[in-house]
Write a protein that binds this ligand. Sequence first.
Ligand SMILES: *[C@@H]1O[C@H](CO)[C@@H](O)[C@H](O)[C@H]1NC(C)=O
Ligand SMILES: *[C@@H]1O[C@H](CO)[C@@H](O)[C@H](O)[C@H]1NC(C)=O
Ligand SMILES: *[C@@H]1O[C@H](CO)[C@@H](O)[C@H](O)[C@H]1NC(C)=O
Length: 491
Amino acid sequence: MCLRINLCLCRSVVLTVLSYSSTLMICVTCTATNLQPNIVLIMADDLGIGDVGCYGNDTIRTPNVDRLAKEGVMLTHHIAAAPLCTPSRAAFMTGRYPIRSGMDNGHRVRVLLFTGSSGGLPKNETTFAAILQKQGYSTGIIGKWHLGVNCESRSDYCHHPLSHGFDFYYGTPFTNFNHCKPGERSDILFDVQVTLRLATEALVVGLLTLLVLKWTGSIGIAWKTIVGLAAFCFLFSGAWYSVFGFLRNWNCFVMRNYEIVQQPSNSETLSTRMTEEALAFVERNQKKPFLLVMSLIHVHTPFFTRKEFIGKSKHGSYGDNVEEMDWHVGQIINAINNVGLTNKTLIYFTSDHGGSWDSVGTNGEHGGGWNGIYKGKKGLAGWEGGIRVPGIFRWPGQLPSNKKIDEPTSLMDIYPTVVKLAGASLPQDRVIDGRDLMPLLEGETHRSEHEFLFHYCGNSLNAVRWHPQDSKCSVSGNYSNIKMESHSQLV
Ligand SMILES: *[C@@H]1O[C@H](CO)[C@@H](O)[C@H](O)[C@H]1NC(C)=O
Ligand SMILES: *[C@@H]1O[C@H](CO)[C@@H](O)[C@H](O)[C@H]1NC(C)=O
Ligand SMILES: *[C@@H]1O[C@H](CO)[C@@H](O)[C@H](O)[C@H]1NC(C)=O
């Protein structure tokens, strides 16, 4: 409310007392304090909507996330643009469906699998961070990126966070995955690895058989041929093994800006270091507006959980990990409060997509997030469980507290929302699919601007969510009195 009142006040002051430049000055300062709040966006990885206390889970403890909801606005119909990390995060960063930026596809693999690959968020996409950076914000991202690193060489950093509007980066450019934990089964193209291993074994057996036959004089094959075959066998196994056998080194590393500070990473301590970096970022930037994207590596498998949380939850190692995640969120909220920025900071909490409830951990225990009443899971876009996620905004003094909104909203809405709050305008040369959420959050309107949300799996459309803007949907001719119920639905 305050923001808008000030803006109106400003406009009338500007119109009526244009000649009194001193009044104008006061006006400009007054809006500047209410515009450009600090923005802290916290994104969990693979967290299900059913894993969070305030969304109805009464056996898992998430007091810090629940506190955000109590002090702010909770969205109960908040939708990720894709059910997988890379496309969902691309949409989040650009405010656009991932097919627009080429960050989703129709192949089997829809996320980046190798940090060394040349794919990633295209250079000509403009993230909200890039816009906020131009508006004078200090922009930092900590944690998982998963939107690529390099294009042509190992140091052009074309997809790196620092090339996409961030001044500061600390974290893993990839994601948390099984190779980061020694002893876990590989989760990258496991079937391809098995096939390659079997092929290598068959080659070796074939080669040995040839050797024996040659030795016993059963066949008259030239030594040259045998040596050639052996060389092929060696190169073949070497080639695929160098890709998959060193995945921990290739993918599990930690960067601070452009520098690799740990390879392979020590994932046991990574989350704690990330939170320390977040607190230091807040401390360093408390005097100017800042954007902090806290991209948690929790609660993606494999689980790395601080000692004090192990064995404490009612839901095994997964539950322990969720409860620890909440603790990290609490650390960040406290840091904001401690530097006196509570009312100058918009905090947002979400998950990149739904939980993967049927994942199984190494010891056969339950290993994935719970999507509550929603069917489906990570990877499936046509069902709600893969895409309906928590969405909580807290900004005391500006947004109401303890309020629930059930209108359809999207993670893509963060883009126009923060761009507007920073006092900037949206890029005009492309379609932005997100909508400014402030009028809805502040209660100025009760309708989401989204009439349709599209749910893609890869590049094929699986479902459309229709939220009729008018409950009376009239059809021409004799059927003009047909009324539709005013709730959104998947068609
Ligand atoms: C709470 O979360 C756990 C862990 O994901 C899940 O097993 C349990 O079913 C959830 N409880 C409710 C009431 O949703
Ligand atoms: C970025 O470049 C690609 C390739 O030239 C083009 O297809 C795409 O439309 C461009 N995107 C934007 C947002 O300009
Ligand atoms: C912050 O906002 C809350 C809620 O409007 C208000 O009660 C509190 O006094 C404000 N704190 C400061 C320091 O302005």
